[in-house]
Design a protein around this ligand. Sequence first.
Ligand SMILES: O=C(CO)[C@@H](O)[C@H](O)COP(=O)(O)O
Ligand SMILES: [Fe+2]
Length: 221
Amino acid sequence: MKIPARIAPSILACNLARLSEECHAAIDAGGDFIHFDVMDNAFVPNLTFGAPVLKSLRDDGFSGFVDVHLMTTDVDRLVGDCVAAGANSITIHFEATHHVQRALTKIRASGCEVGLAVNIATPLDAIEFVLDDIDMLLVMTINPGFGGQSLIPAALPKIERAKRLIDNRGLDVRIQVDGGVKVSNIRAIADAGADTFVVGSDFFSAQSYKERCGEFRAELA
Ligand SMILES: O=C(CO)[C@@H](O)[C@H](O)COP(=O)(O)O
Ligand SMILES: [Fe+2]
């Protein structure tokens, strides 16, 4: 069965001074949901924004679906903060906590969708025993921490392997990719087996978000 593709604009690349407007514009242009990169300058070498900013976005009236990509340590505490702030989905990193299954269970209990991210060097064997606990596997296609990087080619065979693993188990788990996704490579990434595409710089650098979203969709058709 072909899984419908989803486009998730990553607001790390938007004009953050106009965050609410940019989120509305990204969804109005055809984005399926907002990808919200939380970085703590510990798990990754960069600092962005967290639950208070998400709460402000909600208070400002943005009601679209938000997936928080948590690139932080102290996962258990921050999951609770993100839920309270209005997250719809939370994706944690396998590498960020010793107790992955506990953190995934906590997200599930909160009512949010459950995502698990793996860095490029993390073998898929590592997450085999928690595949039943997640809705989405995020196969990182860059080293996390910054937007605007190029996709690491080794990610493509890894996506293929993830797809086989999930299909062989008959699971309903989405495969998301994040980092260096562009109009020029999204088709190849989809062919490898991804169905959910985070797009940052290539989306927000466009003159028209709607046209750019159309270009992504045309590649995926
Ligand atoms: O999580 C991250 C970076 O760590 C991403 O979500 C980036 O924001 C993607 O940006 P582009 O690579 O598409 O510019
Ligand atoms: Fe991200």
